[in-house]
Design a protein around this ligand. Structure first.
Ligand code: C5P
Length: 228
């Protein structure tokens, strides 16, 4: 089977407090999204990289993506939610993807994706029927809050993991799952709602999602201090 990457990048980034969608914020002299796209395009495991942009995206065309090569395809078909954007991407590539091809969905907002993340995910899931996702075990003790913000309970953390991306599933399975899903914040939850069990592949904390301004500084530090 082939491996296609879909990068949803049609969000507004309102939690960053910036006017500009976060995928275009400058990070080490490049738009934030450029970092993950460049790693995906350079990966020998990935056949093609589709970026899902908002229909009224005004910034994509202002940057130079030509150094990333011919694997990169922008699709202006973003939706109201992240799941809608991914589904739009899946529909747009229906002529190209076979049922059993793999789709790796990666957040535009995770710029510190490294080659070994992709490598590990693809290798560990190669013979899996369903697929799975990169994730890291939860380190903090977790509290459940009541409406007055008193602690209503402590959640045992030993079986808890934080979901990251890429999340890798078979084309047809993912498309069906997302079509039937409501209120999902990642692909794995749609697959779970369809009654299947995605596998957790242990990643690491460097693959962070840029949500708040501090994350941008952390991402910069990680990229600058990464070896090889
Ligand atoms: O907002 P959040 O950080 O959860 O967004 C995760 C990813 O989903 C981002 O890459 C964002 O651009 C994308 N997204 C999208 N379409 C939306 C909302 C979010 O492609 N409607």
């Amino acid at each position: 089977p082939r491996h296609f990457a879909i990068v949803p990048a049609a969000g507004s980034g309102s939690r960053m407090g910036a006017v500009r969608p976060k995928q275009y914020l400058p990070l080490l002299g490049r738009p934030l999204i450029h970092h993950a796209l460049s790693v995906l395009c350079a990966s020998p495991d990935i056949d093609k990289v589709f970026v899902v942009l908002s229909v009224d995206d005004a910034e994509w065309s202002r940057h130079d993506w030509s150094t990333l090569g011919g694997k990169l395809v922008p699709l202006f078909c973003g939706g109201a939610t992240r799941a809608d954007s991914v589904l739009g991407g899946l529909r747009a590539i229906s002529g190209e993807a076979a049922q059993s091809d793999w789709v790796l969905v990666h957040d535009a907002a995770r710029p510190c994706l490294a080659p070994w993340h992709i490598d590990k995910l693809v290798r560990e899931l190669a013979h899996d029927e369903v697929g799975g996702l990169l994730a890291v075990p939860v380190a903090d003790t977790l509290k459940r809050a009541d409406p007055q913000r008193h602690v209503a309970g402590t959640v045992p953390r030993d079986s808890l993991w934080q979901a990251q991306t890429p999340q890798m599933f078979r084309y047809v399975m993912l498309r069906r799952a997302l079509q039937g899903a409501t209120d999902v914040t990642d692909e794995a939850s749609a697959i779970e709602a369809a009654g299947l069990r995605p596998r957790l592949v242990q990643g690491d904390a460097t693959n962070l999602k840029v949500t708040y301004p501090l994350d941008l500084h952390l991402a910069e530090w990680i990229l600058q201090n990464r070896e090889g």
